[in-house]
Design a protein around this ligand. Structure first.
Ligand SMILES: Cc1ncc(C[n+]2csc(CCOP(=O)(O)OP(=O)(O)O)c2C)c(N)n1
Ligand SMILES: [Mg+2]
Length: 353
């Protein structure tokens, strides 16, 4: 498949707060994030807000018993997937873990289809038979949704292998968590990716916890940008709460891949506001810690403040965006509540025999 035009354009550069570390030689790199244009800030605000409101609604519906099984919310981490997506071109692939609703929405998958899959309805993206962790879209180049920690890393590396084989110019974006980063299969993938110069960006979403275990308790090397050093893969630490810093780093990483230079690692320093899943009361951290992140680093509030102060958008203009987003989410929730469940005969379809 040919790669279409870039989804967004970049504006000028200015100094803000990205933390860039390891380059190919492991030395420090001090590049500065690009400022967004007004339209880019509006787009980032709208997309992050859509994910936030969608996830809040999913949380409510879970509480009402409309969603069963596991449900891992992405609230707090929105800038990562939106900033990455802003740097991608049509045709680039995305693959991630079970914390996947935000990734699907950022890929342009229909929120109605995602929500109806959460409630196990016919109109769900996997016909109501997959649930939160198992959705795919070939059309939007989204390859799941994987419940086995780290499993998406070799699979995403395989997508990159296919891209290189076909010489199609596409890049595979592989997301995984700080916990997953300690898995053996990740390093087997790193080795092959660098050896064969595969076009893959490994995005490590360091949200500080793997279930109830903090990074410092589980990881001997807590700087995840350095995890590729043994394989000569460059890496950067990025302020994953600042969508501009994410987009800026993503631009560099994706260009590196498109230039045929092989894989690239981005450690996104982010935070999840909710528990690991809906059943986690999150007693392993203080309420103050969460509150501080919300108050001082919230990715959506940062853009909102810029829209008001720097771009002089009115409160009414922002309210209009909020209302549009709420309508989309309410419509998705209504559909996901009223759509019928799959027919029992569907138990015997879509199965590998
Ligand atoms: C192979 C495997 N081991 C253990 C689990 C149980 N498990 C589910 S999520 C998780 C934590 C992963 O944390 P991280 O990679 O940081 O991702 P996050 O949930 O923070 O997004 C664990 C241990 C699993 N699903 N698969
Ligand atoms: Mg984690």
């Amino acid at each position: 498949m040919a790669v279409a035009a870039r989804k967004t354009t970049s504006a000028g550069r200015a100094s803000t707060s990205v933390k860039s570390t390891a380059s190919r030689s492991g030395s420090k790199k001090n590049s500065l994030p690009q400022n967004f244009t007004r339209d880019e800030d509006v787009r980032a605000y709208r997309e992050m807000l859509l994910i936030r409101r969608f996830e809040e609604k999913a949380g409510q519906m879970y509480g009402m018993g409309l969603i069963g099984g596991f449900c891992h919310l992405y609230i707090g981490q929105e800038a990562v997937v939106v900033g990455m997506e802003m740097a991608q071109k049509d045709g680039d692939q995305v693959i991630t873990s079970y914390r996947d609703h935000g990734h699907m929405i950022a890929c342009g998958m229909d929120p109605k289809g995602v929500m109806a899959e959460l409630t196990g309805r016919r109109g769900g993206l996997s016909k109501g038979k997959g649930g939160s962790m198992h959705m795919f879209s070939v059309e939007k180049q989204f390859y799941g949704g994987h419940g086995i920690v780290g499993a998406q890393v070799p699979l995403g590396t395989g997508l990159a292998f296919a891209n290189r084989y076909k010489k199609n110019g596409q890049v595979s974006i592989v997301y995984f968590g700080d916990g997953a980063a300690n898995q053996g299969q990740v390093y087997e993938s790193f080795n092959m990716a660098e050896l064969w110069k595969l076009p893959v960006v490994y995005v490590i979403e360091n949200n500080r916890y793997a279930m109830g275990t903090s990074v410092s308790r589980a990881s001997a090397q807590t700087d995840f940008s350095k995890r590729g050093i043994s394989f000569n893969i460059p890496g950067e630490q990025v302020d994953g709460m600042d969508v501009r810093a994410v987009r800026d780093a993503a631009d560099r990483a994706i260009q590196w891949c498109r230039d045929g230079k092989g894989p690239y690692i981005l450690e996104m320093q982010t935070y999840r506001y909710r528990g690991h899943s809906m059943s986690d009361p999150a007693k392993y951290r203080s309420k103050d810690e969460v509150q501080k992140m919300r108050e001082e680093h919230d990715p959506i509030e940062q853009v909102r403040a810029r829209l008001l102060k720097d771009w002089k958008l009115s409160e009414d203009a922002l309210k209009a965006v909020d209302a549009e987003v709420r309508d989309i989410v309410n419509e998705a929730a209504e559909f996901a509540t009223n759509d019928p469940e799959p027919d029992p005969s569907e138990l015997w379809t879509d199965i590998l025999k």
